[in-house]
Ligand binder design. Structure first.
Ligand code: AMP
Length: 317
């Protein structure tokens, strides 16, 4: 995850919940992608360090367990850049240019100049992040599928060029809630300013809740609602599943207006974020630094071993 801002509800349901479950079945590596953050924030990098710390605190609060999983910061393990260099050399320009998120971000992200040499290499660095640990599987949202496909293509090309089998082809572990929409109906994202942060104050949640898009076909309260096309109703399913059937039924039967629906949902979201905040306050300040230092050590061990094999394969050193 990139430390470019506070974590939001999309991160909680789209990534963190899944991560916590995966710890039961896999040896997991969770990375603070601060090099990736720098690619978009290079003009104002001052906050990356602080966001990194806050993010790890949020992970621990959500249940990511540093005793079971390796939690580390990308820039603490310089092998990421070494492997990135090797992969950049062999990744054809056409492959990188056709990654759909590249053009989308250039178009959609405002206030940042992403037309840089480095930003084009974003998914190649991601491939290095994955392959350095010989990951068999990567938990991703659907938007990341093309990046994982590029990683798989790079693995095949590496194998073809150097007759080397050191990298497995990683498969995606798709998250159930892979695309939570924000208050404006686009994917919830730090870049679009349409998010509800996990650290959001109650009044802000109420304000943002009121702004949410509902069923466009429902003009008056007496019109029957279509909960399946309403983002607010979808939030009920995701965040308050036990009450969602009743809410959906009332919406269809015009017994529940959109304003009431948003107000009640906001109160649920406030309770959820407050529970989260209580957990977060239990994580002591120095814990994050300790976790990152230990994580870097464990990650480095694996990364160095892989890089020895890579250098051997490509004929360096
Ligand atoms: P990012 O903030 O773009 O670095 O995303 C970090 C992780 O959170 C990735 O696995 C994303 O797929 C996931 N994620 C981010 N935003 C959302 C969202 N709106 N819905 C679901 N998952 C998300």
């Amino acid at each position: 995850m990139r430390p470019t801002g506070p974590l939001h509800l999309g991160h909680l349901v789209g990534a963190l919940k899944n991560w916590v479950d995966l710890q039961e079945r896999y040896d997991c590596f969770f990375m603070v992608a601060d090099w990736h953050a720098l690619m978009s924030e290079y003009e104002r990098p001052a906050e990356i360090r602080e966001y990194s710390r806050q993010m790890v605190r949020d992970w621990i609060a959500a249940g990511v367990d540093p005793k079971r999983s390796v939690i580390f910061r990308q820039s603490d393990v310089s092998e990421h850049l070494e492997l990135y260099m090797v992969l950049s050399i062999l990744a054809p320009l056409g492959w990188v240019e056709r990654v759909p998120t590249y053009k989308e971000q250039l178009r959609e992200v405002k206030g940042r100049d992403l037309a840089t040499y480095g930003f084009l290499g974003y998914p190649v660095l991601q491939a290095a992040d994955i392959l350095l640990y010989k990951a068999n599987a990567v938990p991703v949202g659907e938007d990341q599928i093309p990046h994982l496909e590029l990683t798989r293509e790079i693995v095949r090309r590496f194998k073809f060029l150097y007759s080397s089998d050191i990298f497995p082809e990683p498969k995606p572990l798709l998250t159930q809630e892979a695309r939570l929409l924000g208050v404006d109906g686009r994917k919830m994202s730090k870049s679009y300013d349409n998010f509800i942060a996990l650290s959001e104050e109650p009044d802000q949640i109420r304000k943002k809740g009121q702004k949410m898009f509902t069923d466009p076909q429902r003009i008056k309260m007496t019109d029957p609602g279509h909960p399946e096309t309403c983002n607010v109703c979808h939030y009920w399913e995701v965040f308050v599943p036990e009450q969602a059937p009743k809410v959906w039924e009332e919406c269809r039967a015009s017994k529940r207006g959109c304003t009431q629906n948003k107000q009640e949902l906001s109160e649920h979201l406030i309770r959820l974020t407050q529970r989260f905040r209580t957990q977060r306050e239990k994580v002591p300040d120095d814990e994050v630094e300790r976790v990152l230092a230990e994580g870097a050590q464990k990650a480095r061990q694996v990364a160095q071993k892989t890089m020895r094999e890579v250098r051997q394969a490509v004929g360096l050193g």
